[in-house]
Ligand binder design. Sequence first.
Ligand SMILES: Cc1cc2nc3c(=O)[nH]c(=O)nc-3n(C[C@H](O)[C@H](O)[C@H](O)COP(=O)(O)OP(=O)(O)OC[C@H]3O[C@@H](n4cnc5c(N)ncnc54)[C@H](O)[C@@H]3O)c2cc1C
Length: 360
Amino acid sequence: MKVAIIGAGVMGLSTAYYLSKSGIDVTVFEQKYLLYGASGRNSGGITPMIDREELIPFALESMKLYDTLPSEVDFNFLLRKEGYVKLASSERDAETLKEEVWMQNRFGVSSRIMTPEDVRDFIPDFNPDSAVLASYCRESGVIFPWPVVWGLAKGCRKHGAEIKTQSRVERIETNGSKLIVYSNGEKYRFDFVVNSAGAWSNEISKMVGIELSNRIIKEEVCVTESIKPYINPYIYDISSGVYVTQTARGEIIGGITGMEVDKIDTSSTIEFAIRYAKRVVQIIPKLKGLAMLRQWAGVYDEGRDGLPVIGFTEVEGFVQANGLGKHRGMVIAPALGKELARLIEKGENPSIKKFNPERL
Ligand SMILES: Cc1cc2nc3c(=O)[nH]c(=O)nc-3n(C[C@H](O)[C@H](O)[C@H](O)COP(=O)(O)OP(=O)(O)OC[C@H]3O[C@@H](n4cnc5c(N)ncnc54)[C@H](O)[C@@H]3O)c2cc1C
């Protein structure tokens, strides 16, 4: 069996890793370089404390995979499991946090509600007046996305997969039970083609006549100069969408959860920098005056009902693996990739049936 994976982000590489580990012949096509997509531009917050119950089992499974994958692929993902705090700054959002925690606990997530004062136990400079309620999960943290991508790529190669960078897929043709992929003037025949092109997944789907219509979301983020590491958990304010943490190098990294856009757009804006900085210094006043060094943006996609789109399609051999959604792709991709590999290998996998493209 020969499988093409389009897109070397965390979703494509996780799928490629588990397929190649099972001895399947895999070729990954990446239009630019490793880290070009959202997987190379995100802030690395990982937690099972997410707001869609359909995804929590995959987040829990990925958290376990993140413990074992680094030694499996022999690459340090620089994972720091020092907790994740969600904040609410309105009564309505406080209710949402409570409902989320109740739902998360039902699925075995050890999240809990706490007062803003309690947050100071592990973030001493946190301003308790900046929120009305918080939730917290210890079994969460921050991962450095670059080594995740590099490590998965290393694991793929170890199992014989080929990763072709600077290899944009330009066209796909169907020919009986085979799919023909055109890239860099060459053509390749595959039994399966996996569309894990993130924000570009709609374009790839069009190549085989499928109207996917995933939402495209742009998210901006920035880092400051380095200061001594002292913010350990990842902090996400659900009311403003602002999130912040500190990298292992001491930079304060943070952003605002993304907004839907009409087309791929990775420009940076001053409006973002102002909105972000204002809210961050309300949350941790001591950050006022730090120099912002760089800002950038990334794009990712989300299925129209807010869930990923994963599974076989009406075009024989063409498989969707996209639409991971807002601010959670890093935490669900390894488990989803593993399950998708099983679907391709075995022809069925009930655990991911709910993400089947047919539902759309
Ligand atoms: C600023 C920002 C912050 C984020 N923070 C978090 C966070 O804290 N936690 C979290 O869990 N998630 C976060 N996310 C979301 C997360 O990064 C994404 O959900 C995830 O990386 C998506 O992975 P992917 O593999 O689906 O897509 P991508 O990583 O975008 O990979 C798709 C790849 O397909 C390639 N491609 C496209 N078209 C073609 C073609 N024609 N031929 C070949 N290759 C092609 C692209 O170049 C790209 O590399 C954040 C995202 C952003 C932008």
